[in-house]
Design a protein around this ligand. Sequence first.
Ligand code: ZN
Length: 277
Amino acid sequence: MRDTGYGDGGRVGGNSGKAGNGGRSGSSGKSGRSGRGRAGGTGGSRKGGGGRGAGTGKGADGRRLGRRALLIGGGAALLGGAVLAREELERYWWLVPGVEKERVEGALDHPGAEWTAASRANWRRADRPDDYRVDRVVIHVVQGSYPTALKVFKDPFHGAAAHYVVREDGHVAQMIRELDVAFHAGNREMNERSIGIEHEGFVDRPEDFTDAMYAASARLTAGICARYGFPADREHIIGHAEVPGTDHTDPGPHWDWDRYLRLVRAAAPPRKERAGG
Ligand SMILES: [Zn+2]
């Protein structure tokens, strides 16, 4: 869990330099608190599902949509000129570089997860996949219970947290937005390119890895692969133990990788729902 790249000072400075250009700097102030709260969030959509008009708001709605449509057009060309339904394009506008992502309080990246925030000290604000490409999932085992994981990730002195924690009964907590960089892999570059998933239990207790946990985690990982358009294989879905420079051993020898990858592939969303066509 621990992040040796935790001393994040230099990078933060670098980022704010970058953020200084034009529209981007305004984004943190805006930070889309639309007051709609949780309701739209569970749709799994970045922009909070339902209330499109209400969500974008701000009076300049027409202009915003116009710019968005333009950018989406470029994105569609990049996707190989596929003719995508307008509805589909609107769902993927946030993948296009330079388009500011809206943050809605309580929004989730994984439908059905329970939002419970990690301490702000255990992650770094980012704008993925615009600033960092996401192409890895890192599998962890807590070496403890689900409540323990939540507790330490909420502790500002812990210095680490993962995006998700999966309980033995298959319940999933989301603690950090996928937009942001969680300190979970002990390697800055890996943190920047990955989503971290913790699993309740201990590496030396195979009985902790329940059917429900495998299934729920596989659905979560399948969704991540689809959202960012990378394959569900062992190059892209790795254990914490495989992160360069780590001294961690999780998820350990009892984690059934063959089974897990089979489940992830089986849980892949229908192709038309995937980013990139
Ligand atoms: Zn770990």
